[in-house]
Design a protein around this ligand. Structure first.
Ligand SMILES: Nc1ncnc2c1ncn2[C@@H]1O[C@H](COP(=O)(O)OP(=O)(O)OP(=O)(O)O)[C@@H](O)[C@H]1O
Ligand SMILES: [Mg+2]
Length: 607
């Protein structure tokens, strides 16, 4: 937080402004007052002089009107001199001259009486003698004082008979003005000092709450809404303080709500099963949830800021669309190492405040769904293919028979045998399909019985004795004595044994051996059927339980296989809560290990 200093604060600014205003006001007032005072005093003085001059003129006009008496000379005007000495001597610092119609001084109050009899040739006098009153202000040549000069004509019957000339110092008037001015300056200084003191006090009352409010807003900016500003008054500052308190409350409330919304959103994003990615208007990732991280197998920090299209490797046409921020749905496969990972991505525009439009992408892992769909399609294709092959064979044989082969009984018999075999094959296929469908739909019911596995194995071998002999195969039995009975569905278990043994026989080389081992392992029975046949390549093992999967299609078909035996076997073993594993390699023979519980757990047993 910045330290509050006197020189930076509004404190000083307030006082300076206050002082400037006071100085300006006094300046304006002083200038106006000065001028008004000066003109008032000078006018008063002039008026007083004017009155005196007129009074004198009036008093002496008849004296001057008398015809000039040579004998008496200027002595005739003694009365005038008397009047001036007695009555007009009171005019302060004024020199009075009475002039005759020629401008000759006939009387004066000046100590310098020598001017009597001399002519006054001043311009004001000349103008007065011409009948016009005149006045002027001039500097005294000796003292330098400002002098008011006034001359008025003395008229008798409209005829100028003389003039009164007055010259009075204005210095006293200006002295008074100067004194008043100095008073004004002193008053100004006192007013300024008082203003400064009051200003400091006043500024404090304003700045103290402002300081407090500043602190509070800074605390608010730092996220602390716990404190309230003290409201000192009802004025604007008080209202501002109330406003800040209100704002603080609202802000804290709003931030709380935002936080709550954020948490809600975060938990929604966290717990949603779909991945979610949001981008800015340039398509750069700005948010992704944990699911998206898991789907992409990347950490948020690795992909934040990267282009969505780069991270998800969009197809070209999608790239175009997403650049335009259109809605859309498409799939991408971002799987690695041959493992598919199909994501269905739904993009829609996202409106970002002030930043235009972004993009929101919802990611769904549809690998399983797609895989199922692919499997379904492949299954249908396989079924169709498996059915069409015997049908085409049968059709061609039937046609050949119709077109004449029937007439040759030997050929006809051979052909009909082929047709019977193909029909047999089709029936086997359809039966297997029905069985699978039943196992898939879980509609079947296990008819559980205590079975003697040893006997069951022997029965099965018995059934295959013809094929075994045909292929010169020997079977070696290694069955634990006292093998406990196993709880199972007899038909199913028989079929499991049939399938495994038939494979072992089919894919064994002539003269080979098949070994059947049965042991008890805890509460399970372990059955292993091993052969020394062609084996299965290791990399194919993971596909071996897929429907219609055959390692060598041609060979398997020759042997009448359609690739459903192991799928059915596995489903049946799973129905018995057991497991099946196949271990093999090319030329190494094959070992099929089956584990079955001696007794099924209650839930499954009831199904
Ligand atoms: N013991 C084995 N030795 C070698 N290959 C085997 C063995 N058992 C199974 N296979 C291979 O696995 C494939 C799948 O076996 P599966 O029993 O499901 O089908 P199939 O025997 O071909 O036909 P089906 O059993 O439906 O008549 C076979 O085609 C074969 O290539
Ligand atoms: Mg088989």
């Amino acid at each position: 937080m910045k330290q509050y200093t006197f020189f930076k604060g509004i404190h000083l600014k307030f006082i300076v402004i206050l002082l400037l205003v006071i100085i300006l006001a006094i300046q304006v007032f002083g200038a106006y007052f000065n001028r008004a005072l000066e003109s008032h005093l000078v006018n008063n003085f002039t008026r007083m002089l004017d009155q005196q001059a007129h009074l004198l003129a009036y008093s002496i006009q008849h004296e001057l009107d008398k015809p000039y008496n040579e004998e008496e000379g200027l002595g005739a005007y003694e009365h005038i001199q008397f009047l001036i000495d007695k009555m007009f001597a009171a005019i302060p610092h004024a020199e009075i001259q009475v002039l005759d119609r020629n401008g000759v001084v006939i009387s004066t109050n000046s100590d310098n009486r020598s001017i009597i009899g001399q002519r006054n040739t001043q311009i004001e006098v000349k103008r007065a003698l011409l009948g016009t009153r005149d006045e002027a202000i001039r500097l005294h040549p000796k003292t330098g004082h400002r002098m008011k000069i006034m001359s008025i004509p003395i008229k008798v019957n409209q005829e100028v008979v003389g003039a009164v000339y007055l010259m009075a110092s204005l210095e006293e008037t200006y002295q008074s003005i100067a004194e008043i001015n100095s008073l004004l300056v002193k008053g100004t200084l006192i007013a300024l000092c008082l203003t400064a003191v009051i200003g400091v006090a006043l500024a404090r009352t304003i700045s103290a709450p402002i300081k407090e409010m500043t602190k509070q807003t800074q605390a608010m900016a730092a996220g602390d809404f716990s404190k309230q500003v003290k409201v000192y008054s009802e004025d604007e500052i008080g209202q501002l303080a109330q406003g800040i308190n209100h704002l603080s409350q609202r802000l804290s409330q709003a931030l709380g709500e935002i936080e709550e919304e954020k948490n809600k959103l975060a938990s929604i994003l966290f717990y949603m099963s779909d991945g979610l990615i949001a981008t800015d208007r340039k398509g750069r990732i700005i948010l992704l949830n944990q699911q998206a991280e898991m789907m992409l197998n990347k950490q948020a920090k690795e992909v934040l800021g990267q282009k969505l299209s780069d991270v998800l490797d969009f197809p070209d046409e999608v790239q175009q669309d997403t650049l335009l921020f259109r809605e859309g749905r498409f799939q991408v496969d971002i799987g690695a190492d041959g493992q598919p990972l199909i994501l269905e991505i739904t993009v829609s525009p996202l409106h970002l405040d002030g930043e235009g439009q972004g993009l929101i992408a919802v990611l769904q892992d549809v690998t399983e769904r797609e895989q199922l769909e692919r499997d379904r399609k492949a299954f249908v294709a396989n079924v169709s293919h498996e059915l069409r092959t015997p049908l085409t064979t049968m059709k061609s044989y039937v046609e050949t028979l119709i077109s004449g082969a029937m007439d040759d009984p030997a050929v006809a018999k051979r052909f009909l045998q082929v047709i019977a075999n193909e029909t047999e094959r089709m029936i086997r296929l359809v039966n297997k399909l029905l069985q699978l469908s039943k196992l898939d739909s879980k509609r079947f019911k296990l008819r559980l019985k205590k079975l003697d596995l040893h006997a069951l194995i022997q029965e099965t071998i018995q059934r295959f004795s013809f094929q075994l002999q045909e292929r010169e195969l020997t079977v070696k039995l290694d069955i634990e004595a006292d093998l406990p009975p196993i709880e199972a569905d007899k038909d199913m278990l028989t079929q499991v044994l049939d399938n495994i043994l038939s494979n072992a026989i089919k894919y064994s080389l002539a003269g080979g051996q098949i070994k059947v081992t049965a042991r008890q392992e805890g509460d399970q029975l372990k059955l292993v059927i091993e052969d020394e046949g062609v084996g299965i390549p290791k990399q194919e093992l993971k596909h071996i339980f897929k429907r219609f999967y055959r390692v060598d299609k041609a060979r398997s078909r020759d042997k009448g296989g359609v690739g459903l035996g192991l799928s059915i076997t596995r489903e049946m073993i799973l129905a018995h809560q057991g497991s099946i594993e196949i271990d093999s390699d090319v030329g190494e023979g094959t070992a099929v290990t089956i584990r079955l519980p001696l007794q099924l757990s209650a839930r499954e047993g009831a199904s």
